[in-house]
Structure formats: structure tokens, C-alpha cells
Write a protein of this length. Structure first.
Length: 327
């Protein structure tokens, strides 16, 4: 049962420090506590845990413009951030983790500002069919977070300049480009500011949970842990990944996300496998290459290796099988 609500609002705009702060808050959130973390990144592409960096982002263009590419802990797809966007993260323990309630905080804040948003699918919020907020999720043991974007006045031009969106994904969404799918909240309320949205979110947080909110400062978190987490997000190997020259590559779009498998087989056995996906089950998908390395390329053997792994579903197993067994 929740007993305390805390809000952390940072003025930092470097995405590596902001993701580090998010991880520290995740590791240190206490039982009975829920933290709302509000943060902004300057000219940043954030890719999901298992995405192929170069496939998702025009990295050289982004970095030539002074932008940053970073990889987050959670699954899901690539997003573009600038200072017209406000990011939120709810952090709590599993027994108090309630995505519906957390989403209600966002919708109530938007409604208090004169707009009526709607939940659309598992991880989007929309206004008149246009997406203004995308969400992703992460769990580490008993600690969990639910985070996402809130587009207030994002410059939409760089979306197509920096992002490579898979044609399979656009086809599945029934749209021609990523820009056609998104809207800014200021399109509906021209005087809206980031400060107004922060205040509305803090008030809605208190209202939905029926508890007072205490503000925490950056200096109140574990500084040694913060620097350790920053080192991970600043590490090029974490951000860009490692390329392996493999013999086969297969890609398809499923209801749960886009999946690409690169693999090499010898004598009917999977020798190496790389997985790239915007699926939301980031931890499970990141384990699949290790699970299948050395596995016979046979449906029964693959299914046995994937088994009842945490985060796995029959739909994901079928997707992996369909690509690996394709001739």
C-alpha cells in the first residue's frame, strides 16, 4: 500500500545524466513509495533496449547537429526529444505498480489543462487520433517504472531528419510517415507551457492517489550510484551495440512489435544470433540470443529453450520460430 508520494523535477538536459537519475530512482525507491520523475532532453534520439541503433537513427546527421543518441533500459521504439517535450517516469514497487492509475494521472493533468486525451492501445495517448504521448515499461526485481513522453511544442521537422522508421511499422499503423502520427498539446492550447504541465501533473498525482506530494532534489540521491549509472549510459558499446557478421537476416512485424533476427547455423545448430526489436518486453528479448546459442534449429528445441521465460508469450515464441524456421 502506498504511503508516500515524491516528485523529482530536474533542470538537467543531458540524456545520459537523466537516464542515470531514472535508474538510481528505480534502484532506491522504497516499499510504499511512488516517485514521479519529470525531465527533459535537448535534441536527443532515445532508442529502446533491443533496437539496432543505425537502423533506427541517422546517427551522423544527429551528432553533426549537436544531438545525442542514447539507449534506455526499457523496450519499445525510438523517440525524438527536444525541450518542447516533457518526459515522465513513475517508479514504485511491484505490489503498488498500477499502469492504469499512473496513466490516469497523465490524462487528469491534460484534462485539467482543457484537453481530453484518450488511451489508445497499450502504450499511446492521443488527442483526436494524434499521438501526444508514448509509453514504455521496465521491471528489475520488485522495482518497476512506467515512463513516456508528453509532446508540448516539439519541433516535428527533425523526426524525419533523424529517425529511420521501419516501413513494416508504418504499414502496420496505416500511416505514411512518423510525423503524420503525432501532435503537440499546444496545437490544442496555444498558451500551454512546460511549467504549467509540470504543475498539473504534480497536482493530478496527489489527486489520483489521495496523498500529499513531497519534492526531492538531485542532491538527495546516491551520488556514487548516479555516476556509476551515468558511465553505463555514456558507454558507446551500450549505446551503439556490437555488429556481428552473420549469415542470415529475417525481419517481420507482429502485433507485439517488429522483430529482426540475424543468425548463423552450422550443421543444423544455431551458432550465433542477434535480435533487434521494438517489443516492450525488453529484458526477455535481450536474453533470447543467449538462450538460443547452441540450440538445434528445430521448432521443438527452440520452443523448449524459450520455455516459460519471464516476459515470454506464445505470440513472441511463434514470431521467433517463424523467422528462424523460414527457408
Amino acid at each position: 500500500m502506498l504511503r508516500t508520494l515524491s516528485v523529482v523535477i530536474t533542470e538537467e538536459t543531458d540524456p545520459r545524466w537523466n537516464l542515470a537519475m531514472e535508474e538510481v530512482l528505480l534502484r532506491t525507491v522504497q516499499p510504499g513509495q511512488c516517485i514521479l520523475y519529470l525531465w527533459q532532453n535537448q535534441r536527443t534520439v532515445v532508442i529502446g533496449r533491443n533496437q539496432h541503433a543505425a537502423n533506427e537513427c541517422r546517427i551522423q546527421t544527429l551528432e553533426a547537429d549537436g544531438g545525442h543518441l542514447v539507449r534506455r533500459l526499457s523496450g519499445g521504439g525510438a523517440v525524438y526529444h527536444d525541450l518542447g517535450n516533457l518526459n515522465f517516469t513513475f517508479l514504485t514497487h511491484w505490489k503498488d505498480y498500477d499502469v492504469e492509475k499512473q496513466t490516469e494521472v497523465i490524462l487528469r493533468a491534460v484534462q485539467a489543462l482543457g484537453m481530453r486525451g484518450e488511451k489508445n492501445g497499450r502504450n499511446d495517448l492521443t488527442l483526436d487520433g494524434g499521438k501526444f504521448s508514448g509509453h514504455a515499461y521496465y521491471r528489475a526485481g520488485d522495482q518497476c517504472y512506467h515512463h513516456g513522453t508528453l509532446m508540448v511544442e516539439v519541433d516535428l521537422t527533425p523526426l524525419e531528419r533523424y529517425l529511420n522508421v521501419s516501413p513494416l511499422k508504418l504499414q502496420a499503423k496505416g500511416v505514411q510517415s512518423v510525423r503524420s502520427r503525432v501532435v503537440n498539446l499546444r496545437d490544442y492550447r496555444p498558451d500551454l507551457t512546460i511549467s504549467m504541465l509540470k504543475q498539473a501533473l504534480t497536482e493530478a498525482f496527489s489527486q489520483v492517489y489521495g496523498l500529499p506530494v513531497t519534492q526531492l532534489g538531485r542532491g538527495e540521491v546516491d551520488q556514487e550510484m548516479l555516476y556509476t549509472c551515468h558511465a553505463r549510459f555514456a558507454n558507446p558499446v551500450w549505446t551503439y551495440g556490437e555488429e556481428m557478421p552473420l549469415d542470415h537476416s529475417r525481419e517481420a512485424r507482429f502485433d507485439w512489435g517488429t522483430l529482426r533476427l540475424d543468425y548463423t547455423c552450422r550443421d543444423g545448430v544455431i551458432q550465433e544470433l542477434a535480435l533487434w526489436s521494438d517489443g516492450l518486453e525488453g529484458d526477455y528479448l535481450s536474453r533470447v540470443p543467449t538462450l538460443l546459442r547452441g540450440c538445434p534449429r528445430e521448432a521443438g528445441a527452440i520452443r523448449a529453450r524459450l520455455g516459460a521465460e519471464p516476459g515470454n508469450t506464445e505470440e513472441m515464441t511463434q514470431g521467433i520460430l517463424s523467422l528462424l524456421m523460414e527457408e
